[in-house]
Design a protein around this ligand. Structure first.
Ligand code: HEM
Length: 494
């Protein structure tokens, strides 16, 4: 029935949305766009261009129509893309497990779920998600992680891990007798991030060399494979069969399983953070699913966050020096010191705004849903609509975050904007950027991630001055975004 209704509306050009303002339509074939407005084998590696394809021909004088677009074809429910922060905020706050609320659309994560399991906090919806959420609320919450004893234990072990790895880089620089060493810092950050999670957070025991040589490459290849497998599962299977790649895929999966075992090993003696996972775990497989997601997801997201911060700072030597003078005498990054390191915090916040790690959030409308955007405007999103919340473009939306509000253009990296906003009484609480999400499905790892990234970036700035090699760095987008040059920088000892 809805198929016929959709076809009917599509042929007659009837807008399926209702309300005080309506999204505008995108057609499959239009001129002047960077690519087709859906992922296929030729464009799936450049998802940011797919979003651009939605907006390229949006010429309406009405801002809402330019920022909110839909594709409506072949009797399928509409695909709705928005870069409008007000709409994104309303949808995030109306996402959850209650009847009629928006669900996470799991379609873009099908490949990921094949490797991690379907019961994880990331993939599940409804009751299973709620259970997982309850299980992880305490151990990942700010109240637990930032308890003085808990915090100091992590801060110390995290810092030790980071210092040990930076010493290797520093020694290499000293031995070379060169003023600068050129490095793709992303490769150095990845194993550090995994080490902090597996050894320090979960109390596991794995050698750094093994992390670097086996686990990081295996996880990255598996993530890449999972993305291809989501876009074109059948072609991917044929490709594996012909090239013999299935043997490699099997090895990557085994590596993820082995690392999951290592992370789980400390559970019996309540090592690392395991003491905070209270209560009986009824579903062991669901727990394993979550650990797999934490390992792969945290490696991706924290690396993205840290590399973007270093990449931005590598282009602003004066700002780098200001952050250095702020933190040079800080030896322990306890909550007080971290709060005092205001500029470092602004840099982290600005990084996640301008170059968010998770660049889109997928949602699905489970019912015809009326959304209230503010006191006067509302909009109805029809049941079955596939929703893509375009965080990358929303976070740089000039109208919401630009010069007239924050004193600086929205598409530039200016940590000082957060001072301007604060002086006007606007904080992250009321001026949303979506770097860690919002609402019920907000990132459970945000405090852990923020702590890890703050420590890595702070420690790095204390040892090195660094300069970008390339004048301009674009974004590479897969599961997360990263600087497309691997964060290629020249580092110099302080
Ligand atoms: C520091 C870098 C990180 C960033 C920028 C980040 C970002 C995000 C964002 C934006 C979401 C919401 C996605 C949505 O609404 O669709 C999310 C969800 C999630 N994150 Fe993170 N994350 C980070 C670190 C971590 C860490 C360290 C963990 C775990 C150890 C983690 C685990 C998760 C999980 C399981 C979800 C799904 C939550 C749910 O659906 O209820 N993240 N993350």
């Amino acid at each position: 029935m809805s198929f016929l209704k959709n076809i009917w509306q599509q042929l007659l050009g009837i807008n399926p949305f209702k309300g005080d303002m309506l999204p505008s339509r995108v057609y499959v074939f239009e001129r002047g766009r960077p690519c087709l407005p859906f992922p296929h084998l030729l464009n799936y590696k450049t998802p940011l261009s797919i979003f651009d394809a939605f907006y390229t021909n949006a010429k309406s004088a009405d801002l809402f129509e330019r920022d909110n677009r839909y594709l409506y074809v072949m009797g399928m429910p509409p695909v709705f893309i928005t870069r409008d922060p007000a709409v994104i905020k309303a949808i995030l706050l109306a996402t959850g497990d209650k009847p009629g609320q928006f669900d996470r659309d799991t379609a873009p994560m099908k490949g990921i779920a094949q490797a991690t399991g379907v019961n994880s906090l990331l993939y599940a919806n409804g009751k299973v998600w709620r259970k997982q959420k309850q299980m992880s609320a305490r151990p990942f919450g700010k109240g637990t992680l930032f308890q003085p004893e808990e915090f100091h234990e992590f801060e110390k072990t995290f810092r030790k891990t980071i210092e040990e790895r930076l010493i290797v880089l520093r020694d290499a620089q000293e031995i070379s007798k060169q003023k600068f060493t050129r490095v793709e810092i992303e490769q150095e950050i990845q194993p550090i991030m995994l080490e902090m999670l597996v050894n320090n957070f979960f109390g596991g025991s794995v050698e750094y060399k093994e992390l670097r040589e086996r686990y990081v490459p295996a996880l990255l290849s598996l993530i890449d494979y999972m993305i291809t497998n989501t876009v074109a599962p059948n072609l991917s299977a044929i490709h594996q069969f012909v090239t013999g790649k299935h043997v490699a895929v099997q090895q990557w999966r085994e590596a993820l399983e082995d690392l999951t075992d290592i992370a789980l090993a400390g559970r019996g003696e309540k090592a690392g953070h395991w003491k905070n996972f209270i209560g009986d775990i009824e579903d062991e497989e669901a727990l394993r699913s979550n650990i797999r997601v934490f390992l792969a997801g945290a490696l991706e997201a924290t690396t993205s966050f840290a590399t973007w911060t270093l990449s931005h700072l590598s282009r602003q030597p004066e700002l780098q020096e200001l952050v250095y003078s702020e933190i040079k005498d800080i030896n322990v990054y306890d909550p007080e010191s971290l709060t005092e390191a205001k500029l470092l915090n602004h840099c982290l916040n600005e990084t996640l705004r301008l170059t968010p790690s998770l660049y889109f959030f997928p949602r699905k409308a489970t019912a015809d849903t009326w959304l209230k955007l503010d006191d006067t405007r509302k909009i109805m999103i029809p049941k079955g609509t596939t929703i893509r919340l375009d965080i990358w473009n929303a976070n740089r939306n000039e109208f919401f975050l630009g010069k007239h509000i924050s004193g600086y253009p929205a598409d530039s990296f200016v940590p000082a904007r957060w001072d301007v906003l604060a002086s006007e009484g606007i904080s992250r609480k009321n001026l949303t950027h979506f770097g860690f999400g919002l609402g019920a499905r907000v990132c459970p790892g945000q405090f852990l991630g923020q702590l890890e990234v703050g420590l890595v970036v702070g420690a790095f700035i204390k040892v090195f001055k660094f300069k970008a090699v390339n004048n301009v760095t674009g974004a590479r987008a897969g599961v997360t975004t990263k600087p497309d040059d691997g964060t290629l920088i020249d580092i110099e000892l302080r």
